[in-house]
Design a protein around this ligand. Structure first.
Ligand SMILES: [Zn+2]
Length: 366
């Protein structure tokens, strides 16, 4: 696309709507319907994110890495007074961001919860396809914040690639190196700003004395600690329990208009309660184990991993109730169940509102 090409907004009114039919779902289906009846406003059609206030967008809501449903890979956005913050970069985040009309030129930070590939696989696409003014992308520096290197593989794991355990800084450096030819020629040929100057990658440093490690404990009880702050947003993190992955984080966004917390990938855990204490919205991962149990396609070891590393809906409700959150949103959905099965199970332990997130769903916080 060139500077004289269609804007994202005009693009949405055209060919992109055709692709929405594949994805299905309420919001994306609305794009298609809106295009077919151009003169009739459709309340489900994506609207520009408000210039003021805080908005959560659940861009992609699937667990991974297998692609078993129309849902896109896990990714969420928080937009605060028009400034953009992303949490995780699952498969589909680049297109989902376009369809949600996110202000990519106002990107301030990308947060990675942990280094499982279903949370990071489209980070290179996010960086390369939103780079520079010709693509309505970022032209100013922003931060990529995520786990540092684990330091060691789990006990008993063999190094089948290398023994390396790259964290966020090393991963971003390796991505830029892998795309060095593309980056170099686009700076030369298209007058884009040097990409390495814009992507400021940082490993999250744990506070002293936490006493955690790759061979345990993975998530000792801890108070959330500050990892990012600007004039609008404070972002805090805490270790969560996602064996065998270390470090694995949840996040808490404190904004002038409300608080949004993300569990990350985790078993039911007290650190998530602290992250979500009094939050307006808690986005919690969830697994529906009844979908897997007794299914010969899934070995017992796999089901054991799900049970130890993820949270059933009843557990998400217990966390939401203990934290006193205003609204529980289920995302990173592993297993197939109806909305009523997901939410009904969570409502057995939480009296407040529960939403089973859809891709592209917008949650105004204030
Ligand atoms: Zn994970």
């Amino acid at each position: 696309m060139t500077a004289g090409g269609p804007t994202r907004r005009s693009f949405l009114g055209g060919s992109l709507a055709v692709g929405a039919a594949v994805a299905g779902g309420g919001v994306l289906g609305g794009v298609l319907g809106g295009a077919a009846r151009a003169s009739t406003p459709d309340p489900d059609e994506p609207q520009p994110i408000p210039a003021t206030g805080t908005v959560l967008v659940t861009l992609g809501t699937a667990a991974g890495p297998a692609v078993r449903s129309p849902r896109r890979g896990i990714a969420s956005a928080v937009v605060v007074d028009g400034h953009l913050y992303l949490v995780d970069c699952g498969l589909g985040v680049v297109r989902q961001a376009v369809e949600a009309l996110l202000p990519m030129s106002e990107l301030r930070a990308v947060l990675l919860t942990h280094m499982h590939s279903d949370h990071t696989a489209e980070l290179p696409g996010l960086l390369l396809f939103n780079w520079g003014a010709p693509v309505d992308g970022f032209t100013r520096p922003f931060r990529v914040l995520g786990p540092g290197g684990a330091g060691a593989l789990p006990e008993g794991a063999e190094a089948v690639v290398t023994p390396a355990t790259p964290g966020t800084e090393d991963t971003v450096a390796a991505l830029l190196a892998a795309y060095a030819y593309d980056v170099n020629i686009r700076v030369y040929d298209e007058a884009r700003p040097p990409l390495p100057d814009l992507v400021v990658a940082e490993d999250i440093a744990l506070p002293a004395g936490v006493g955690a490690g790759p061979r345990g404990p993975l998530a000792p009880p801890m108070a959330p600690f500050l990892v990012y702050e600007d004039e609008r947003v404070r972002i805090l993190a805490a270790l969560v329990d996602h064996p065998p992955v270390y470090p694995s984080y949840g996040f808490r966004f404190e904004t002038p208009h409300g608080v949004v917390a993300f569990s990350g990938d985790t078993a039911e855990h007290a650190n998530v309660v602290e992250l979500a204490r009094g939050a307006d919205v808690l986005v919690h991962e969830a697994v529906y184990l009844d979908f897997y149990r007794g299914n010969p396609d899934y070995p017992d070891e796999f089901i054991d991993h799900l049970a130890e590393s993820h949270t059933e809906p009843e557990g998400t409700g217990r966390v939401a109730a203990a934290a006193g959150v205003g609204h529980l949103v289920l995302s990173h959905l592993a297993g197939v169940a109806t909305d009523e099965q997901w939410a009904g199970a969570a409502r057995t332990t939480f009296d407040g509102p529960v939403t089973v997130a859809r891709d592209g769903q917008v949650f105004p916080i204030s």
